[in-house]
Design a binder for this molecule. Structure first.
Ligand SMILES: [Zn+2]
Length: 178
């Protein structure tokens, strides 16, 4: 069984954000407080597969998780929209089916590639859960939409080649021209 310590702040508190006054509550009280589980005891697969992790990196979520994440998202949109992490915006846009056309100021993948790399590095490169079906196809589609929308701007103000995939850096550093 995972201990409270392994799952410290990996799930949102069902009592809501006001419960944050209870320092000893193991649950997170805002989206930005959510952490990855401590996987040093080799319980990585079970923690993710048993829906103990609300911090979304593309893993399948239970209906209860999606509902709870949605409640916190709506509340934070009203009270402190600046503190909502990119992955949470991404989840909300993907769940509502509007990721292709809204939130174009956000990264094409909502930072998920980088988050996945961080999780896999921690566990020695193992793949531990099934990806949400079709997620990466949708994100690639979103990237194409963003590239289309940026093309006119690029012609006018920026003729240098660039990439919208910040976490797949080319093997060499691009030549500087300033
Ligand atoms: Zn709590």
């Amino acid at each position: 069984m995972p201990s409270d310590y392994d799952l410290w702040r990996t799930q949102l508190c069902k009592h809501g954000p006001r419960h944050a006054v209870h320092d000893d509550c193991q649950f997170a009280h805002s989206l930005s407080d959510l952490l990855f589980p401590n996987e040093s005891r080799g319980l990585a697969d079970r923690n993710w597969e048993n829906y103990h992790v609300d911090r979304w990196v593309g893993q399948a979520l239970s209906e209860g998780q999606v509902s709870n994440l949605g409640k916190y998202y709506e509340d934070e949109q009203r009270r402190k929209p600046w503190s909502i992490p990119q992955w949470a915006h991404g989840l909300q846009l993907i769940v509502s089916g509007t990721e292709k056309t809204r939130g174009l100021s956000l990264q094409w993948d909502f930072g998920l590639q980088s988050d996945v790399a961080m999780v896999l590095r921690g566990r020695g490169g193992r793949r531990a859960w099934e990806w949400m079906e079709g997620l990466w196809d949708r994100l690639e589609c979103r990237k194409e939409m963003m590239l289309l929308s940026m093309r006119p701007v690029r012609r006018l103000v920026d003729l240098k080649p660039f990439t919208l995939v910040p976490y797949e850096l080319p093997p060499h550093t691009p030549e500087g021209d300033d």
